[in-house]
Ligand binder design. Structure first.
Ligand code: HEM
Length: 300
């Protein structure tokens, strides 16, 4: 039945309006609307297409991080029903990435030969292209029917998302000019999410202490990544770049180093955990009930 495989984004499986899904859908549309309105009002600066390419690229990666954050946050924030919005977040990544490629094609006047040549010859574009193909594969296999058909293989296939995220981050770093701060913050947040995942796999429940360790480790790895990049790319001194993380006081939040942003994000997660300790119910059981879309999935 078409409605079963393509439900309206704000409805849950039982056909009722889900405030969580409705709010997430609005969040997914918002950046696109802001860019479209900015474009129509000539507010995107002298090069609107370039500005829109950058915005769509950045939002694609941000939604990618959000979709990867769903699983850890179900446990950290004791919010199992977050699973209801994971597919929507994932498809949003694909939508922004496709818009990104279309805008790039528009920039080259849809000259397919030139677009293909550029993608083949510029390594950062080749990497972006491979990431986009990967996203398309995940999108095409995200319907209920595909999930059923693939069975266990679905999980194996969708683990590709981690590789896709790494490719997207490399693309982000390589296209950055002198300043890689934004790419480094994004990569650092990805590392933080991977640390949570590793901790759960190693059998640690995501309680305040492991989360604090993750925040410190995430910050440290981000500092090393940033210093490594500047050293390899510009011949900067590792110690000088690392030392910048210890400088202060800062006049504005914009002066914060990527590692400090990641550390703060990690500490905010610890605060979330302290504010929402688990209510002690069986995690797996609750998750199973939510998957069935029962009453629990519809509250709030
Ligand atoms: C065929 C596929 C792709 C093409 C042709 C492409 C092209 C581009 C171009 C031309 C830029 C701007 C470079 C510059 O101004 O010097 C860019 C930046 C970017 N792209 Fe892509 N891209 C592709 C795929 C992707 C994918 C799949 C993602 C994420 C999932 C992505 C995320 C980004 C990000 C985050 C930026 C940086 C934006 C910023 O710094 O503001 N791209 N891409």
């Amino acid at each position: 039945v078409p409605t079963a495989s393509l439900p309206l984004p704000w409805l849950d499986r039982s056909g009722r309006v889900s405030p969580l899904k409705a709010a997430t859908f609005a969040l997914c549309l918002m950046p696109g609307i802001v860019v479209a309105v900015g474009w129509s009002l000539n507010a995107l600066g002298p090069k609107p297409v370039t500005a829109a390419i950058h915005e769509t690229g950045e939002w694609a990666v941000r939604f990618l991080l959000l979709s990867l954050a769903v699983t850890p946050f179900r446990f950290i924030a004791d919010a199992p029903k977050l699973i209801l919005v994971r597919r929507m977040l994932g498809l949003t990544v694909l939508a922004y990435a496709v818009a990104h490629l279309l805008l790039y094609s528009l920039d080259l006047a849809f000259d397919l030969k030139r677009i293909a040549t550029e993608i083949v010859l510029r390594i950062y574009l080749t990497i972006g292209f491979v990431a986009l193909i990967g996203l398309a594969v995940l999108g095409a296999t995200s319907t209920d029917a595909a999930v059923r058909r693939l069975g266990g293989a679905w999980h194996t296939l969708h683990r590709l998302v981690y590789g896709i995220a790494v490719l997207a981050l490399i693309h982000f770093f390589l296209q950055s000019k002198l300043d890689v701060s934004e790419a480094a913050i994004t990569a650092g947040l990805f590392l933080l999410l991977m640390i949570y995942r590793a901790q759960r796999r190693a059998g640690f429940a995501l309680k305040p202490l492991p989360l604090l360790v993750a925040a410190l480790l995430g910050g440290a790895l981000t500092a090393l990544l940033e210093a490594g990049w500047y050293t390899a790319r510009n011949g900067a001194s590792v110690l000088a770049v690392l030392g910048a993380n210890l400088e202060g006081p800062f006049e504005a939040v914009a002066d914060l180093r990527p590692a400090q942003w990641v550390l703060l994000a990690g500490l905010a997660v610890v605060a979330v955990k302290l504010a929402r300790p688990r209510r002690g119910r069986d995690e797996a059981g609750r998750a199973a009930r939510v998957a069935r879309g029962d009453k629990l999935a519809r509250v709030g």
